[in-house]
Ligand binder design. Structure first.
Ligand code: FES
Ligand code: FES
Length: 156
């Protein structure tokens, strides 16, 4: 079964015809070419596919696409400002070694973004808790937590 879905994607109203078995991850990557959304495990375990739906981080690999109808979705691409300027949190990951291979980075940043939008200036413990569903096989997490904290001038 197919259905026409309308939703707000990175601040723009869009619509797409989607098959009922599709997950949000597939729709974003294959129908909107938003390849910043990564597929790691495909089973809701690694967080690489994290995007914001109505401001809440979700694993898009297990989020049924039909459920986005009428909602707002933000991907890593949606954080870019005028002239493709990086968001401060993206700049902080670059400046503080929060990125190595980069595969986990979009998911890490989207989970962090949700936290920063909610609390403004988090503690290290809050950052670690917010990122507990995001796995990184490269950095050892220390630089990632520091990047999030430094992006808002919080104590590391
Ligand atoms: S790819 Fe979605 S949680 Fe791993
Ligand atoms: S930077 Fe490589 S998985 Fe995190």
């Amino acid at each position: 079964m197919k259905k026409m879905l309308s939703f707000v994607l990175n601040g723009r109203e869009v619509s797409a015809e989607v098959e009922s078995h599709r997950m949000l991850l597939q729709v974003l990557r294959e129908q909107f070419q938003l390849t910043g959304v990564k597929e790691g495990c495909g089973q809701g375990e690694c967080g690489a596919c994290t995007v914001l739906v109505e401001g809440i981080p979700v694993d898009s690999c297990i989020y049924p696409a039909f459920e986005i109808d009428g909602k707002s979705v933000v991907t890593i691409e949606g954080l870019l400002g005028e002239g493709n300027k990086l968001d401060p949190i993206q700049e902080a990951f670059v400046a503080n070694g929060g990125i190595q291979c980069g595969f986990c980075t979009p998911g890490m940043i989207m989970s962090s973004k949700a936290l920063l939008d909610e609390v403004g200036t988090p503690t290290a413990a809050q950052v670690r808790r917010a990122l507990s569903g995001n796995l990184c096989r490269c950095t050892g997490y220390v630089q990632i937590v520091e990047s999030v904290l430094k992006s808002v001038g919080a104590a590391t």
